[in-house]
Design a protein around this ligand. Sequence first.
Ligand code: NAD
Length: 340
Amino acid sequence: MAKKKVLVTGGAGFIGGNFVQHMVNKYSDYDIYNLDLLTYAGDLTKHHSIEERGNYHFIKADITDRKTILPLFRKEKFDFVVHFAAESHVDRSITDPEIFVRTNVLGTQVLLDAAKEVGVKKFLHVSTDEVYGELDFDPSTFFTEETPLQPNSPYSASKASSDLLVRAYHETFGLPINITRCSNNYGPYHFPEKLIPLTISRVLNDQKVPVYGNGGNIRDWLHVHDHCAAIDLVLHQGVNGEVYNVGGHNERTNLEVVKTIIKTLGKSEDLIEFVKDRPGHDKRYAIDPSKLEKLGWKPAYSFETGIAQTIQWYLDNKDWWERIISGEYQTYFSKQYSFS
Ligand code: NAD
């Protein structure tokens, strides 16, 4: 029987990279194609351990480049598409929204056209809880799949736009789809501009850690391996056309997260520096994952275990993140925050 072909876009990034490894290791009877443009957020060194596997393939391409994407789909006739590729950092979307619209909206539409033309069995669009906007601090409120989309940042607006296009291709053209909307991820290979790896890398170097506002904004944290398992499940068992929220009931304020990391590394809270709040900073995100749980998903990591393992991973893999923070990242960081 011919091997199933799975196209993973953005497989050189954080979550896509973890997902590619999950799939290559778990399904020797699938061919996994990682399509990525290798922007500042893409890095292939993480895949050294799977490069020689016969079922891993890399394609360098831009999802917005219709002239490359359509012929590629015609040639390879992918069975499944799992779409991660995106501009993903809220702060960058505030300083430069245009690339977010181009990559996240136009790029998704090009992929949808290609998927429709060759008749893929499923197009799984990886989205975010940020499309729902924000919740207040009432702990009994959660985002469900029925919560209206009310994105507040250019990033989340571009993701919500792509979600609507995916929905429309299902309704109009009958394209088989699922959309997953996940809370904040953490774990290995997380790019050090995001809160957890930023804090770990700066604390390890005894550098100040910027915390927006009073640090009271709440995020719902999920280990990236739990997210990958959820996507695998939805890819194989998700009901056609349905949206699934993914979250692990791990709400923490940003300040709690930073203090946990500082304490685990045995450093002083004097490293915390409160900085001017992000404009339009969403107060709280929290997910109701019961629809996905009914499909059979349960997170394997508690936040305490996951964060301890993640901190250890950053201690063991200094070469990886030190190389990243030594490049273009330094220019970005000093533009973003007024100290370094
Ligand atoms: P990331 O920024 O680490 O990786 C994005 C990848 O996409 C990079 O490898 C980059 O090179 C690639 N890419 C960017 N533009 C491209 C283009 N035009 N063509 C091809 N490849 C391109 O992102 P991430 O944190 O791994 O997030 C992956 C997806 O998951 C995104 O769609 C994001 O919206 C979603 N998501 C992220 C989180 C989170 O906590 N990080 C939570 C929920 C959902």
